[in-house]
Design a protein around this ligand. Structure first.
Ligand code: CTP
Length: 397
């Protein structure tokens, strides 16, 4: 996806610099070339050797390296990239950017560049909340600097709040969105995926056979068309899609909260196999065997996330897509489900065990819309995803 693109990656001095090593790996994995630049403080956190080994290129550290100046001046270096990324961006480097300072290689490049710049701030929560930093954020946004993160979470300093650097996969996604454009560029799409686990007691749960493969493939196909994807996933057996904003959950109730928290979206695709029921009062302690007596589990109905979002009075995504796993009368059931839940489309699949679809690599789907139903031939889950992503692009176009 990023083949032929060059990222000038400036690493400033913060503990999050260790995550930048992973970012380099991800960028390289997508085919981008990475020119690393480190501030003096950055090399207190990660070594230039690790950075250059992962980037496969020399690390630039010193403005006054005369050989480099002769070979490639800093002006040229600052302009040879398609995007300049500062990760982590400390409060200090942000302040220097705002003030137009150029007292080392990194800040000189930032002043000299005519290339778009993206920063991934990382700092202590109080430093982030400080009026000076907040003023700087506003100025940087006015200067058309793109900002990814920071996230809310636990920090290396032991505090909790905003200030954690965005995850490498999120930065990668932001880089992809900045450098590539497709029919879904600028669109936020929420995807649910995987099974849910409904606890019986602290060690047992009710689950289903969904692997999360279809949802992950769909998220990737949407990102390939430029979408910014939030991926709310139950405990799946396949890896989550690199580059999406991953929101892990366990239960249906948690999935509903996560979905609501991540709206608004231009489209919401509900590929998760959500458990219809949970155990009404899951035990806080492990249920013990009792001579001959069998435990009785009482069930309660889970919220129907797809139906809730489809029927939102305000803020309903313009396109809501559900999946239907059916074992018989696929089209009739899917058509009725679309009307009952009030979603726009249903992607129906035949999950009779002999089809091998649930947990397998292929799928045979029927797309049910208000215009009727369309039978797609049996194909890989990746191909289904690409076809569905392009239908979604057409619908949102
Ligand atoms: N779904 C959901 N929340 C639930 C149950 C289902 O969001 N609590 C979504 C699934 O992600 C899927 C669609 O609804 O997109 C269809 O799910 P399915 O389980 O097939 O439908 P049900 O409503 O359970 O109908 P039935 O039991 O009749 O198959």
């Amino acid at each position: 996806m990023l083949a032929g693109k060059r990222v000038l990656l400036i690493i400033a001095g913060g503990i999050a610099a260790y995550k930048t090593l992973e970012l380099i790996r991800l960028l390289k994995g997508q085919g981008a070339a990475v020119t690393p630049v480190m501030t003096k403080a950055a090399s207190e956190f990660v070594t230039p050797l690790s950075v250059s080994a992962l980037a496969g290129e020399k690390v630039y550290t010193d403005l006054f390296d005369l050989t480099e100046e002769a070979e490639m001046g800093h002006i040229q270096l600052s302009r040879s990239a398609d995007l300049v990324v500062v990760a982590p961006a400390t409060a200090n480097i942000m302040a220097k950017m705002v003030g137009g300072q150029a007292d080392d290689m990194a800040t000189t490049l930032l002043m000299a560049t005519d290339t778009p710049v993206m920063i991934a701030p990382a700092m202590n929560v109080r430093m982030w909340d400080h009026p000076a930093t907040q003023r700087n954020v506003e100025t940087l946004l006015e200067d058309r600097i793109r900002i990814v993160g920071p996230n809310v979470g636990d920090m290396a300093c032991g505090e909790h709040g905003p200030g954690r650097m965005a995850e490498p996969a999120e930065i990668l996604n932001a880089v992809r969105n900045a450098l590539t454009s497709g029919p879904l560029t600028g669109k936020h799409i929420l995807v649910t995926s995987g099974p849910t686990h409904e606890p019986i007691d602290p060690v047992r749960y009710i689950a289903n056979r969904s692997s999360g493969a279809q949802g992950a493939a769909l998220a990737k196909a949407l990102m390939d068309l430029g979408a910014d994807v939030t991926f709310v996933t139950g405990p799946a057996s396949v890896a989550p899609p690199v580059g999406a904003r991953i929101v892990p959950v366990e239960t249906a109730a948690q999935m509903l909260v996560a979905v609501e928290e991540h709206l608004p979206a231009d489209a919401a695709i509900f590929a998760a196999a959500v458990a219809d029921w949970r155990v009404a009062s899951a035990s806080g302690k492990k249920i013990k065997k009792q001579d001959g007596a069998l435990p009785t589990l009482e069930f309660a109905e889970n919220p129907d996330i797809l139906a809730r979002v489809s029927q939102m009075a305000a803020g309903r995504p313009p396109l809501v897509v559900g999946f239907a796993a059916e074992t018989h009368d696929v089209i009739e059931n899917a058509t009725a489900k679309r009307l009952r839940k009030r979603c726009d489309w249903i992607v129906a699949n035949d999950v009779r065990p002999e089809t091998g679809i649930m947990g397998g690599t292929e799928n045979k789907v029927t797309l049910v819309t208000d215009a009727g139903s369309q039978d797609w031939p049996r194909m890989s889950k990746t191909e289904v995803s690409m076809k569905l992503a392009s239908e979604i692009a057409k619908a949102l176009g």
